[in-house]
Design a protein around this ligand. Structure first.
Ligand code: 5GP
Length: 130
């Protein structure tokens, strides 16, 4: 069965898209640690990051860097954290989290956003993609 993220890539499930190219897709995390928390994923469905082929791994890092720079430009934060962690969804995902406090990196601290806020944040970040 396709992962929930493959369904997002295929538009079977909606998402607040940030960026997309032939091989990668970025979208806002629906249960964010902080405003602007974004996931970057390869379109190739692979469970664990260490199992990615090297070109896909390196491509994912370059794509995540581009998205991370846009987050830094769009969201008020001290820096953008990058982490690959989690046991829930068996599809590689890089978390990009705008940090002001370390608790935002813990996945215990969540923020609740209205749909309009998600849309506004997505538009802001998208406008800074180079
Ligand atoms: P993990 O595997 O990292 O533990 O969890 C997957 C991450 O994806 C979580 O941060 C969760 O909030 C996010 N997530 C799970 N399902 C969806 C979804 O349907 N849409 C979006 N945008 N994010 C999701």
């Amino acid at each position: 069965m396709p992962s929930i993220f493959t369904k997002i890539i295929n538009r079977e499930i909606p998402s607040y898209k940030i960026a997309e190219d032939e091989d990668f897709y970025a979208f806002l995390d629906i249960n964010p640690n902080a405003k602007g928390h974004t996931l970057c994923i390869p379109k190739k469905e692979v469970d664990k990051i260490m199992d990615l082929d090297e070109p896909t791994y390196l491509g994912l890092m370059a794509f995540s860097r581009k998205v991370g720079k846009a987050i830094e430009a769009a969201i008020d934060c001290k820096r953008v954290a990058m982490t690959v962690i989690g046991l829930e969804v068996p599809h590689v995902h890089v978390h990009l989290i705008p940090l002001n406090e370390m608790k935002e990196a813990t996945f215990q601290h969540k923020v609740s956003l209205a749909p309009e806020e998600f849309s506004e944040i997505a538009e802001k970040i998208k406008s800074k993609i180079e």
